[in-house]
Design a protein around this ligand. Structure first.
Ligand code: AGP
Length: 609
C-alpha cells in the first residue's frame, strides 16, 4: 500500500508533491521519490527511508517545474533502497505504482530478451519499460500506456509521465485506489484523499479498468481500450486526519474493515486453484532447504504467537509435520535440541520484535533452517531468515494488531497447503477444496463486517464489566486468546482466554452472574464438547456471548447473546471468528473512552527485551 500523488498546473510542483506525500506517509514510508518536468525533461529525485530524507535531498538538489508526480513506498517486491524507490524510468517514460503485478517476472523475461536492462528488483519497473517499448513502436503516449495496461495482471494504480508530452499526466486504476482532484487551471491525482484536501474538495474516484488524461486545462476519462467515459465529480467533506483514516474514527476500525482486501493481497499470485496447490516463489527458490525438514518450531510474540498456535493445527493436519509453538522471549533462553532437520518459523508483523529476532538467531546458531512470515519488507527478521513469506496487509498503524493477524493466518494456511502438496500427504482434490475455501473467504469476512452495529450494541451492554473469559477449543483456542488480548490491550479490562475443556480445572471458579463469557462455538468436530462446557458456564450464571455458524433453539436457551458468522472449513473458521472479537474489543474501548489507536503502556513494535 504505497502513497501516490500527481500535479499539473501553475504552482511549483516539488513542495506540493512533498506536502501531499507527507499526508500519505501512513500508507508506506520505507522510501520515496518525485519526478518533475524541468525545462522539458524529467528530473527524478529518490531517497531511501522516511520522507525527511527526500526533503533534505530536494533542499540540496532542488527541482523546478509545475508538472510532476511523487511516491512514498511500502515495499512488496525488492528491499527498501534508492534503486527500488519510485519513480522508475525507462527511456522517456517514468512510472509510479501502487499494487502488485502478478505476471511481472514473465514480462521482465520478455523485455530482457528484447535487450532491456532493469535497474531495480521491483515489479513496477516492467511498466515503464513496456510503455517505452510501445512508444518506440510508434504509438502515442496514451496508446502505449493503454497497451501496457492490457498486459498487466494483478493490482495496480499508476501515474506516468513522458518527455514527449510535458503537460500531460496519465493515470489508471485496477484494484488499488486512484482519486482525481479537480482545480481551476490545475488538477491533481492521488492514491487517497488526504493528499488533495489542501487544494480541492472536488474529486472523481477512478473505477477498475479506467484511466484519465490529466492536463492543467481538464481531465478526460477512458477505459483501457480508449473508449471515452463520462465521470461526475463529487464534493468531499472530510478533514485531512479523518481522510487518513478513510473516514473511520480510528485506524483500528479502518484496519478491521481492510481485512478482506489484505487477505486477497496476501494470497494474490500464490493460488494455483486448478492444481489444488500454492506457489510460494520465495520457497520454490530453496527446495533443498525444505526437503529435509522433519519438525517445525514456530516462534513469535503477542498476537503473532496466537497466529502460530493456529498455524500449528494447519501444519500438522495438512502437511502432517510435527509443529511446536514458543514465545520468542522463552525460546531464546531455552536450550532446545534443534538441528538441520528443524525449521524455525518466526512470525512477526513489524519484523523488528527483539525476542522473536533473537529466537530466530538462536535457531540459526543451531543449524536449523529458518523461515520468516512478516509484513514489512526487508525488516530485520526477514533479512535474517533463509526464506520469507511476506503478508501483504499494508502498513498497520494501530498498535492493536488486526489485519496483520488475519493475513498471518492466511500465510500459514498457504504454507501448510504448500508443504502438504510437496510432501505428498495432501491430495490434489482436497487441495482444490482448501484453496476454493480460501478464495471465498474475503467475501465471508465482508459479510461479518456488515454486522458491526449488532456487535456494537452487545459491546455497550457488557462494556462496564471488570473481567471477561473467552473459551475456545482446538484451532479456536488461540482465537479465544486473541479475543482476550484485544480486549485487554485497548479497553484495559482484565480478560483471559482458555481452552474450553480446561475451564473446569480452575477458571470456572471465577464465573458468576457478572462475568461475560465469550464462547467460540463453530459447528466443527468438537461442537458438542464445547456446548457442554457452555452449559457448565450457564449453570454458574455466566453471561454467555456465543459466536457460531450454527445457531439453534438450544443455543438460544443458553446464550445471552448470539453472534452468527458464515461457515467455512474448520481450519478457516478462526479467521471468521476473529472479526467479531475485534469489533467487540473496539466498541467496548470506544464505550470506555480509552485511546484506541495508541493504548497506554504499549508500542507497535517492541524492539527491546
Ligand atoms: C498485538 O495487538 C500487539 N501489538 C502485540 O502483542 C504484537 O502482536 C507483538 O508485539 C508482536 O509484534 P510483531 O508481530 O510486530 O512481532
Amino acid at each position: 500500500m504505497c502513497g501516490i500523488i500527481g500535479y499539473v498546473g501553475y504552482r511549483e510542483a516539488a513542495p506540493l508533491l512533498l506536502q501531499g506525500l507527507k499526508r500519505l506517509e501512513y500508507r508506506g514510508y520505507d522510501s520515496a521519490g518525485i519526478a518533475v518536468f524541468t525545462n522539458g525533461s524529467l528530473v527524478v529525485r529518490r531517497s531511501v527511508g522516511k520522507l525527511g530524507n527526500l526533503d533534505q535531498l530536494l533542499h540540496a538538489q532542488p527541482v523546478h517545474g509545475t508538472v510532476g508526480m511523487g511516491h512514498t513506498r511500502w515495499a512488496t517486491h525488492g528491499r527498501p533502497s534508492e534503486e527500488n524507490a519510485h519513480p522508475h524510468r525507462a527511456g522517456k517514460v517514468v512510472v509510479i505504482h501502487n499494487g502488485i503485478i502478478e505476471n511481472y517476472l514473465e514480462l521482465r523475461h520478455e523485455l530482457t530478451a528484447q535487450g532491456r536492462v532493469f535497474s531495480s528488483e521491483t515489479d513496477t519497473e516492467v511498466i515503464s519499460h513496456l510503455i517505452d517499448q510501445y512508444l518506440r513502436e510508434g504509438r502515442s503516449f496514451s496508446e502505449a500506456t493503454r497497451a501496457a495496461l492490457r498486459r498487466l495482471e494483478g493490482s495496480f494504480s499508476i501515474v506516468t509521465l513522458c518527455e514527449s508530452e510535458p503537460d500531460t499526466i496519465l493515470t489508471a486504476k485496477n484494484a488499488t485506489p486512484i482519486v482525481i482532484g479537480l482545480g481551476e487551471g490545475e488538477n491533481f491525482v492521488a492514491s487517497d484523499i488526504p493528499a488533495l484536501l489542501d487544494y480541492t474538495r472536488q474529486v472523481v474516484f477512478l473505477d477498475d479498468g479506467e484511466m484519465a488524461e490529466v492536463t492543467s486545462a481538464g481531465v478526460a476519462f477512458f477505459d483501457f481500450h480508449g473508449q471515452p467515459i463520462e465521470r461526475t465529480p463529487r464534493q468531499v467533506t472530510w478533514d485531512a486526519l479523518t481522510a487518513q483514516k478513510g473516514g473511520y474514527k480510528h485506524f483500528l476500525l479502518k484496519e478491521i474493515h481492510e481485512q478482506p482486501q489484505a487477505i486477497i493481497d496476501t494470497m494474490r499470485g500464490r493460488i494455483l486453484a486448478e492444481q489444488g496447490d500454492v506457489s510460494l516463489g520465495e520457497l520454490d527458490r530453496h527446495p533443498p532447504l525444505l526437503d529435509t525438514v522433519k519438525r517445525i518450531t514456530l516462534v513469535a510474540c503477542g498476537t503473532a504467537w496466537h497466529a502460530c498456535l493456529a498455524g500449528k493445527f494447519f501444519l500438522e493436519e495438512l502437511a502432517r509435520i510435527p509443529a511446536e509453538v514458543d514465545y520468542g522471549s522463552e525460546f531464546r533462553y531455552r536450550h532446545t535440541p534443534l538441528d538441520k532437520n528443524t525449521l524455525v518459523l518466526a512470525v512477526s508483523q513489524s519484523g523488528e520484535t527483539a525476542d522473536t529476532l533473537a529466537a530466530l538467531e538462536g535457531g540459526k546458531a543451531c543449524a536449523a533452517k529458518t523461515l520468516a512470515i512478516c509484513n514489512v519488507v526487508d525488516a530485520s527478521i526477514p533479512r535474517k531468515a533463509d526464506m520469507v513469506i511476506y503478508t501483504h496487509a499494508g502498513p498497520e498503524i494501530s498498535v492493536a494488531s488486526t489485519k496483520a493477524f488475519t493475513t498471518q493466518l492466511t500465510a500459514l494456511y498457504l504454507l501448510a497447503v504448500y508443504l502438504g502438496r510437496r510432501r505428498g500427504v495432501l491430495e490434489q482434490e482436497r487441495g482444490r477444496q482448501l484453496i476454493a475455501d480460501l478464495v471465498n473467504l474475503p467475501a465471508l469476512v465482508q459479510e461479518i463486517l456488515g454486522r458491526e452495529r449488532t456487535i456494537e450494541k452487545i459491546a455497550k451492554k457488557y462494556g462496564h464489566a471488570t473481567d471477561f473469559l473467552y473459551l475456545g477449543r482446538g484451532v479456536n483456542y488461540p482465537i479465544a486468546l486473541e479475543g482476550a488480548l484485544k480486549l485487554k490491550e485497548i479497553s484495559y479490562i482484565h480478560a483471559e482466554g482458555y481452552p474450553a475443556g480446561e475451564m473446569k480445572h480452575g477458571p470456572i471458579a471465577l464465573i458468576d452472574d457478572q462475568m461475560p463469557v465469550v464462547v467460540l462455538l463453530p459447528k466443527d468436530p468438537v461442537y458438542a464438547k464445547t456446548l457442554s462446557n457452555m452449559k457448565e458456564v450457564e449453570a454458574r450464571g455466566g453471561r454467555i456471548i456465543a459466536l457460531t455458524d450454527a445457531p439453534s433453539p438450544e443455543l438460544e436457551e443458553i446464550a445471552w447473546e448470539i453472534i452468527q458468522v458464515p461457515t467455512t472449513n474448520h481450519l478457516l473458521m478462526p479467521l471468521l471468528l476473529t472479526i467479531p472479537l475485534q469489533f467487540l474489543a473496539y466498541h467496548i474501548a470506544v464505550y470506555r473512552g480509552t485511546d484506541v489507536d495508541q493504548p497506554r503502556n504499549l508500542a507497535k513494535s517492541v524492539t527491546v527485551e
